[in-house]
Ligand binder design. Sequence first.
Ligand SMILES: *Cc1c(COP(=O)(O)O)cnc(C)c1O
Length: 365
Amino acid sequence: MTCEKVRIRRDIASMSAYTPTTSLEVFAERLGLEAHVLIKLDANENPYGPSPRVVEALADLPNMQVYPDPESGRLRELLAAYTGVSAEQILCGAGADELIELILQLFIEPGDAIINTPPTFAMYSFNAPIYHARVVDVYRRPDFSLDVEAIQQAVARHSAKLVFLCSPNNPSGNLIAREDIKALLELPATIVVDEAYIEFAEGGSLANWVGKYPNLIVLRTLSKWAGLAGLRIGYGLFPRALMPHLWKIKQPYNVNVAADLAARVSLQDVDFLHKRVRQLVKQRERMEVAFAELPFLSLYASQANFVLNRVSGMSAEDFRDRLARAGIIVRYYQKPRLDDCIRISAGTPAQIDRLLEVLRTLSID
Ligand SMILES: *Cc1c(COP(=O)(O)O)cnc(C)c1O
């Protein structure tokens, strides 16, 4: 119902909603199964959860009644040690998602263009219009590599200020070639590289380029490798010149005390968490080997904690539904370059055992 006293933005009134991942409880109710039997492989979450030290520390969380450190000072020192980038060039956020918004706020004046390279993480193009940015899509090639020349042309044609890139790319799993990024850094635009999954890749991080290029931003998160998705903690590595302006516009208390403490404890338990990362990579590789044998799946090589597959002989939606009936939740796509694609996150060995068992029964009928 509209009312002339309540005049929300017309563009938001007519905008379609983003569909985030559904919670286990909702899935369970929909499927008529108990939540604890479900195997959730649809959102690239860490099935092991956080470090046990985080759980311990949060059970005794002090200072809930006081506001958090607006500078996340101690956390940024630990992140500096972890990334090799100076703490002065690090800003923390309530997830990398918040930093995407902050970057748009910092750069975009109404009508400015950003370059998006689909198929990729939906949040860049979803957030852009809210901050009055115009999204220019430059599709990736069929193998999901970047079309560098088309990006260069699009930046020039639209005077785009920002280029959002994801490496390893969600949902295709491939890293962007370093030469491609190097070429794009020559452009008169700021290049934002989202490294949400970089801990699962073999090398490939551009963190050590942040000091060298005035127009490179690298985004990271503790959601995936450190299992903190529910606490919302991410960070960005920024060129020095941007920092004073980011500090001006950041919400002072964006990182809550629980997230701040959980992130610090995680960074003091990196060896343990990276061991789990290697276990997840092993399960991804196991899926890749097993899927290669299945006639109805063709897979794309991944450097992340998930694999993308194209389904044949049935629709991706049908495939998703069949797995769901067996209690396994995966993500399916029905959009350009991703028709009939499904993305499956790496789980624990037992979860992947069960997945492969169910997949083998699918191949019989
Ligand atoms: C999951 C994901 C994020 C979200 O990170 P948060 O820190 O949880 O906000 C960012 N980028 C990509 C590519 C992701 O897949």
